[in-house]
Design a protein around this ligand. Sequence first.
Ligand code: MRU
Length: 360
Amino acid sequence: MDKINLMKTDTVMLDDENSAVVIIDQTKLPGKVQLLSLTTAQQIWDAIYLLQVRGAPAIGVAAAMGIYILAKGMPQEDYDSFYQAFAEQKEYLDSARPTAVNLSWALRRMEECVLSHREKSVPQIVEALRKEAIAIRDEDVAVCKKIGEYGVTLLKQGDGVLTHCNAGKLATVQFGTATAPIYVAEEKGYHLRVFCDETRPLLQGARLTAFELQESGVDTTLICDNMSAMVMKKGWVDTVFVGCDRVAANGDTANKIGTSVVAAVAKQYGVPMYICAPTSTIDMNIATGDDIVIEERKPDEVAEMWYQERMAPKDVKIFNPAFDVTDHSLIAGIITEYGIARAPYEQSLKEIFDKKKGGK
Ligand code: MRU
């Protein structure tokens, strides 16, 4: 089989012929670029929970394609039986991970598609779901491009950029959010120097961001999470770009655990930190970050995974939150596909959504 080109392969794909969602299996990276075909609800749920597909936008696209694939196998005779099966599977997929709002956002959008076509036959509804899943995918690509165009206005030739976790192409269908301005800058010949936090405990920065940036020819330096203060103090970082899993109406932002530490360090050294946020990740229904549910994951990820033998005393208590919330006061701006929102975020994010509603 030919080697798969990471940068030329979408992170999430629809294989309608085989009724499957095809993903790049991110748990195998960087060692192997391997595709995984998901056909059952259990496989889709596991892929999201186990981070075979991960990153807020990619999870949303996988869930939208997944519920469409499952809808093809649901009772087709009458609407009520179809809708009951649809609602059950939607709830199930939605339970895979709690923090990234894109999962529930995409599934709700697919449900709205079912409800708004209720007068049609079930096969027609399923066809509408196919189109909606493809629209969610296409929008993700377009949104990331726009974030790249707005984000690059914050960069200049030779800048140092620091990023945390992976908000790269592997977290979306293509381009990424936090990496989109970097890729646009590279096209313009800016020759950036990018520092990737390794991102304990699951190493998304080391395994994924460092890999995809290096594959793309970007000047990439991997650092441990506890080295960001050192590189900022040395003046090597001009801007921090990170992604997000949910942004509250006041600008408080949940992202991968450790993001708030980077934000505090950046503030200390006068480095602006920008959140790259598709509007699908902004949750105007929650007032502040205190309302964001933070996923807690298994202790083995801290004590055992990646090591040949356990690296912590047996039975020691382990706290393993997957995300933290960065206070809006530490954020220089939120880069969306409709422009860059700045404090006060209640007002600027509302303006972003007004722009979206107005189709501008
Ligand atoms: O647990 P993960 O790997 O899904 O966490 C991913 C992140 O925190 C990303 O920064 C976020 O989803 C934004 S991706 C564009």
